[in-house]
Structures are given as structure tokens and as C-alpha cells.
Design a protein around this ligand. Structure first.
Ligand SMILES: Nc1ncnc2c1ncn2[C@@H]1O[C@H](COP(=O)(O)OP(=O)(O)OP(=O)(O)O)[C@@H](O)[C@H]1O
Length: 328
């Protein structure tokens, strides 16, 4: 791997420029009378690695397809690399790489023939490198070199996925859209995928990623957004997002215990009765201080706290809260 969570953050890897690669204002996208995206704003800087996360059906792919120029916005404005991705397709497409959730290949071509054909058709323009060199490097990094002469129809699902990534990145694009690029890949292939993408991002490529693997966003994204039900619920750096999320103390006590005095300690617990216990969940912005209060209360009343846990805010917790529709 070329990156680690700490080395990849904006604080240590400067985003190339303050110019904007992707901007959307009041973006709405509809399928007939059904509106899938309800007026979102996005601003992604050149060189940034941006992760668009969200629940199933939240509108991520619809948003990505609109930014990629596959469909016009129903209303609002979209700018990609300074142009309208739908109307200015001819000038913008050669500068972007796109990896869709599913790709269509000509099954009878070999892997290498597919790469060469793709480079010719896409008028991709690798930065100062010949097509052969770019293909050889991609095949190597993605562990497909041994499959260069294999017909595409003979590839496994994961190998096809890696070939798809190779095609999306072969032109060394200024902007790379990745829609769930590692779905179905084994851990080794996922590492290789991120090695290739991180290398491009380090060289200046702006990356816009959708994924259901939250740890990928945590590890690689400079900024992220979480979509739910056609809107952006949360947006910012990982630190921004986690700072807004409370830590949580949780435990269970016997159902006969009077838990109401916890509220009088200045805490805001939620109580969930189970057949024999009361489960107490306590969001807190002061984990150590409030844990101290809870333990002192238990000590004073000689109570045993069953299944006691104290957890810092996590992206998974933010995601869970967003997905149940709580305000973010
Ligand atoms: N071609 C279509 N016609 C009608 N509705 C569609 C079409 N494509 C998507 N939708 C609907 O638009 C909404 C957003 O779908 P979209 O694929 O953008 O979500 P997503 O966030 O990418 O979901 P997932 O994580 O499941 O891939 C969903 O309710 C979906 O059913």
C-alpha cells in the first residue's frame, strides 16, 4: 500500500489546488415523475479524494451518472472540469475515467486487446507515457499481467472488475469516478486497487468514489458525504464528521433498578426495557467525565453494570444514525 490512514489525510497530503473539479448546486435528478435526488450541493477540489457514501437507493449512482454526463440534471447546475458534463461531453470525456458498477466487455477480445482498443476509442491521453507502458503498469499493479492473452470471457468476476478499473485509469485521467470499485474483490485485490488509485491521486487525479465499505472512505478520502433518501445528510472531513457525533456509554442493569436518577446527574440517557433488565444508552460529548459519573452512581448504589461499553464516535455510528433518518 502506498498510503496509510494518517498519511492520506488532507493535513499531510496537500490537495493540488484550490480550483474546483466538480460542482453541483441544487442538483435534482428524476426518473419520470420520481425524483431520486432532491437538490444537493457539492464542491470537490482538484486533486481531492471525495467519498460519496449512503444507504441503498440513496441516489449515489444517480448523482454519479449525472456528474459523469450520462444523464442531464433535471434542474440545478453541474460543472465538471469547468464544463457541463452532459452538453460538453466531447471535450470533458477524454479527461475523465469512469468505473461503473457493471461494465460491458467484448468477450472474445483478450485482456491486452481490450486495453488497446479502449485507449484508441476513448482518446485517452496518458500523461506523457505511451499506451503500452500504461497498460503494462496497470496489468502489473492489478495482477493481471498473467492474463494479458486471456479472452475476457474466461476471466473471473474479480478479474473482470480489475480490468474495468484498469480501463478507467489507463488514460491517467484528471478526474476519476469509481462506483463501488471493490465490491466482490478479495482482500489482496482490494489492496491492489487502492495502490493504483492512490498512486493516481498522489499524482494529481481527483477521485470521486462511492462505496459501501466505510473503512475505505475512512482510509483514503480527504472529505466525504453521506446521502440518504436523495439528500446529503452529513458532509466534511472524517474529523469534522466524527467531531459532530457523540461518543456512547451503554450498559444494562436489573429491571428493578431505578435508573431515572441518571437524568438528574446531567446526563441524557435512553432506556430500553428487556424482559429482565433495562438497557441504558447514553450519548456524550465528554466520554471520560460522564463515564466517571455513571461508575460513581453504580458504586454508590452497589450496582453491577452488565455489558458495559464506552465507544468513541465512529463513521459506522454516524451512518447508522443517518440511515434511520435521525437529523444529522
Ligand atoms: N432507471 C431508473 N428508473 C426509475 N428509478 C430508478 C432508476 N434508477 C434508479 N432509480 C431509483 O432511484 C433511487 C436512487 O437510486 P440509485 O441507484 O441512485 O441509488 P444508490 O444510492 O446508488 O443505491 P445503491 O447503494 O443501492 O447502489 C432508488 O430509489 C432507485 O430505485
Amino acid at each position: 500500500m502506498t498510503t496509510t490512514p494518517s498519511s492520506q489525510s488532507t493535513s499531510t497530503r496537500a490537495v493540488e489546488s484550490d480550483t474546483i473539479a466538480v460542482a453541483a448546486e441544487g442538483l435534482r435528478c428524476s426518473y419520470g415523475s420520481y425524483e431520486a435526488v432532491h437538490g444537493i450541493d457539492l464542491s470537490i477540489r482538484n486533486g481531492e479524494f471525495f467519498a460519496l457514501l449512503g444507504t441503498n437507493g440513496a441516489g449515489k449512482t444517480t448523482t454519479m451518472e449525472t456528474l459523469e454526463g450520462h444523464r442531464p440534471a433535471s434542474s440545478g447546475t453541474v460543472s465538471v472540469l469547468g464544463g457541463d458534463p452532459y452538453r460538453d461531453k466531447a471535450s470533458i470525456r477524454p479527461r475523465i475515467g469512469i468505473m461503473l458498477q457493471e461494465a460491458g466487455f467484448a468477450d472474445d477480445l483478450t485482456v491486452e486487446e481490450t486495453c488497446r482498443l479502449w485507449l484508441r476509442l476513448s482518446s485517452a491521453d496518458p500523461r506523457g507515457r505511451g499506451a503500452a507502458e500504461v497498460i503494462a503498469h496497470g496489468l502489473d499493479v492489478l495482477d493481471l499481467a498473467g492474463k494479458a492473452s486471456t479472452r475476457v470471457k474466461m476471466l473471473s468476476g474479480g478479474q473482470r472488475r480489475r480490468l474495468d478499473l484498469l480501463l478507467a485509469t489507463a488514460g491517467e485521467p484528471d478526474l476519476l469516478f469509481l462506483d463501488e470499485p471493490t465490491t466482490g474483490l478479495d482482500p489482496e485485490s482490494r489492496e491492489r486497487t487502492w495502490e493504483l488509485v492512490s498512486g493516481l491521486n498522489d499524482a494529481g487525479t481527483t477521485v470521486v468514489l462511492t462505496t459501501h465499505y466505510l473503512e475505505e472512505a475512512e482510509m483514503y478520502a480527504d472529505r466525504l458525504a453521506i446521502m440518504h433518501d436523495g439528500a446529503i445528510a452529513v458532509e466534511g472531513t472524517l474529523a469534522d464528521v466524527l467531531n459532530r457525533e457523540p461518543a456512547v456509554i451503554a450498559f444494562e442493569v436489573d429491571a428493578a433498578v431505578d435508573v431515572l436518577p441518571l437524568s438528574a446527574l446531567g446526563l441524557a440517557p435512553a432506556f430500553t426495557p428487556t424482559p429482565s433488565t433495562t438497557r441504558v444508552t447514553l450519548p456524550t460529548g465528554d466520554l471520560q467525565g460522564d463515564l466517571w459519573k455513571v461508575l460513581s452512581w453504580a458504586d454508590t448504589h452497589r450496582l453491577h453494570l452488565d455489558r458495559l461499553s464506552a465507544s468513541e464516535a465512529s463513521l459506522a455510528a454516524v451512518f447508522r444514525r443517518v440511515s434511520v433518518g435521525a437529523s444529522a
